[in-house]
Design a protein around this ligand. Structure first.
Ligand code: ZN
Length: 663
């Protein structure tokens, strides 16, 4: 589930022009209360009208272009569009009705279109280009990035070419939004007999009562799917459920995906690039398809031996259950994996699960932030869009520095993954606002340790957005505005803390009030590195799907191509009937760049060495990290931020060492 966490809207809005931030102070960050479709539409009309007015004013401005005159107006426009896009995403993901969610979806497309109009405005480009090189590095970097974004959008084309670029970019954002929205709509169900739930935790069984026909209905969302695939003893049930899961949104999304790949290919060629991946990577740390392919190969050479060891361990356990079996099937993977953890490492995931109810975990995560970064988090009394939504304020030495929402629990029709949605950036004195949208069990409902990790991961994005949004001069560089292939690193690094006994002991308490035992956490740590080789090879396979799809027009058979690209790395590829490409949301939001998660993990592992050296709860290291890596936002290239913290360039050594930890 962790790998599906993302801030998709940033990916979507960055497709054309890398322009995003949050709404100006005059506009509240979101609609108050429970927005109806009509209210969302009205709000969107207002945002588009303001964006149009600001754009027209800038286009017709007679002022001499300077950093003091042109740039603030341009920056405010970016802030408006970015904030509007964040809002629209929130309505699409969390709207109370299908109509409200659909209004959010439409608004996302309209905000993306506003972004494209800006990035194709020749008069605005001319104004920005005419600004004399500023003295300060931050503003210089701003101008370099903006001019690059104009160029990639197609600003050099003639009128007809720019109109074509606008039309194609609009089509791409419509298709991307549709692709993502089709995934929850493409949910499937299966039925199971009560006997088939044997092996599942009791609270899961209690929550899944049989209907009048004696059958239990299971839905292909993660809250049903992950526990069944992990714990159900019935291989037949796991196989049936796996099959349905692999067919979510198929075949509807095949048509959408084909359009998306082809339109992006056409757009890239229109602006003079050989393929979309080339265009998509130009403003990244790894800025060419060759560099990305090399990364995948370098990582695979470290991960493959570990993956082969993982596979052998899993197969050996499966052979105890099914003598004579010669290979693993994909639906055996999680089930056998947890058995290996139990048998070879003495780590029982169900035992650990008892200590993680939502309320404790949430309190623990907030407390961890307070301890590490010396801040205070207090409830924020503000209207919310659902009775289970929570709101908080974060204070630094008595000064309010950010506000956030947690929309943590599943509802019908709600976004089915976990992501962080920045809603307003902290620029020119504004307070940053962000939301986490997740699907965790409520209250005393128990969570997997992996869910705790996902929660902390997404929360890491939220913290990054807030710490990087402290009175920045420019919205364009405020919040999470570094190169896109860096953005997962802070969140991935933070995942390490859910393996830290001192952190866990602060909140992991079972129903009788017992704190998680130290030896259970030690076993968890021993079991931790088991299967990371296989898991990473799977992720490298998915990264390759995302890369290869966008090196050419769409292949004739999208499913067959996806399975083939994946199998180059994945040591346990999906079944031949799988159509996983249709429910792989990053193919829309991240385009060719799903490798972002892999590159970010390399950086995360590298940065974490500083905490290993000085202690996970060392406030001085945390403060240095916050100051050098998080707080600067997009004011410096990410490679420099990391080098400032590490005192040397990024290296793959920590990643390679991690792959050797389980022998
Ligand atoms: Zn993430």
């Amino acid at each position: 589930m962790r790998t599906f966490s993302a801030m998709l809207f940033l990916g979507s809005i960055m497709m054309g022009s890398a322009t995003f931030a949050a709404a100006p102070a005059a506009i509240p960050p979101i609609l108050i209360g429970v927005p109806t479709a009509a209210q969302v539409n009205q709000r969107c009309d207002m945002l588009v009208a303001r964006s149009t007015a600001l754009r027209k004013a800038l286009e017709t401005s007679k002022a001499k272009p300077t950093v003091a005159t042109t740039l603030p107006a341009f920056d405010k426009l970016n802030e408006l569009i970015g904030g509007g896009a964040g809002e629209a995403t929130l309505y699409r993901e969390t709207g109370a009705t299908a109509a409200a969610r659909s209004a959010g979806e439409k608004c996302e497309v309209r905000m993306a279109s506003e972004s494209t109009k800006l990035s194709l405005s020749r008069p605005i480009y001319e104004h920005i280009k005419a600004i004399a090189a500023p003295a300060d590095e931050t503003t210089k970097l701003y101008l370099t990035r903006v001019l690059g974004a104009f160029e990639r959008a197609g600003i050099a084309l003639d009128d007809a070419g720019r109109a074509k670029a606008q039309a194609l970019t609009d089509e791409v954002s419509t298709l991307a939004t549709q692709f993502e929205a089709n995934i929850p709509k493409g949910q499937r169900t299966i039925t199971a007999t009560p006997a088939e739930l044997d092996g599942l935790p009791q609270d899961f069984i209690d929550a899944h009562k049989a209907g009048p026909d004696g059958k239990i209905t299971l839905r292909t969302d993660y809250t049903d799917y992950i526990p069944v695939l992990t714990y159900a003893k019935s291989s037949d049930l796991r196989q049936r459920f796996y099959r349905e899961f692999q067919l979510r949104a198929y075949p509807d999304n095949d048509t959408v995906l084909r359009g998306l790949v082809n339109k992006r290919d056409e757009l890239a060629k229109l602006v003079g690039r050989p393929n979309y991946a080339t265009l998509n990577f130009e403003d990244r740390m790894l800025n060419t398809p060759d560099k990305v392919q090399s990364l995948l190969d370098d990582m695979a050479s470290a991960a493959r031996p570990a993956a082969e060891r993982d596979y052998a361990k899993k197969l050996a356990v499966l052979q105890q259950l099914q003598p004579g079996t010669t290979k693993l099937e994909p639906w055996d993977n999680s089930y056998v994996g947890q058995l290996v953890q139990k048998q070879s490492y003495g780590y029982d995931r169900q035992e650990a699960r008892k200590y993680f109810n939502y309320d404790n975990v949430r309190d623990g995560i907030l407390k961890l932030t307070e301890d590490m970064f010396a801040v205070d988090i207090r409830p924020w009394n503000t209207p919310k869009w659902d009775k289970l939504v929570e709101a908080y304020e974060i204070y630094d030495h008595g000064k309010l520095i950010g506000r956030f929402y947690f929309d943590s629990h599943p509802r019908d029709g709600k976004y089915e993954h976990a992501n962080a949605v920045p809603l307003r950036t902290g620029v020119r004195g504004a307070i940053p606002v962000a939301a986490l949208v997740m699907n965790l069990p409520a209250g005393k409902g128990l969570m997997e340790h992996g869910d705790v990790e996902t929660f902390l991961h997404e929360y890491g994005h939220l913290l990054h957005a807030i710490f990087a949004g402290q009175n920045q001069p420019w919205a364009y560089e405020s919040g999470i505005t570094t190169e896109w292939d860096f953005v997962e690193a802070p969140s991935q690094m933070l995942e390490n803390w859910v393996y830290d006994y001192d952190t866990l002991a602060g909140f992991a308490v079972d129903a009788s009030g017992n704190t998680i035992p130290r030896d259970l956490v030690e076993k968890m740590n021993k079991a931790r590195y088991f299967s990371i080789g296989m898991d990473d090879m799977r992720q490298l396979g998915l990264s390759n799907v995302s890369l290869q799809y966008y090196l050419a027009p769409a292949p004739a058979d999208l499913g067959a191509a996806a399975r083939q690209y994946d199998a180059k790395y994945d040591v346990l590829p999906p079944a031949p009937y799988s159509q996983f490409q249709d429910s792989f949301p990053h193919l829309a939001g991240y385009g060719a760049a799903y490798y972002t998660y892999r590159w970010s993990i390399v950086i995360a592992d590298d940065m974490f060495t500083e905490f290993e050296k000085h202690g996970l709860r060392d406030q001085a290291t945390a403060a240095r990290y916050r100051k050098l890596v998080l707080a600067p936002g997009g004011t410096k290239p990410a490679a420099e931020l990391v080098a400032d913290f590490l005192g040397r360039p990024i290296s793959l050594d920590a990643y390679r060492a991690k792959m050797e930890k389980d022998q």
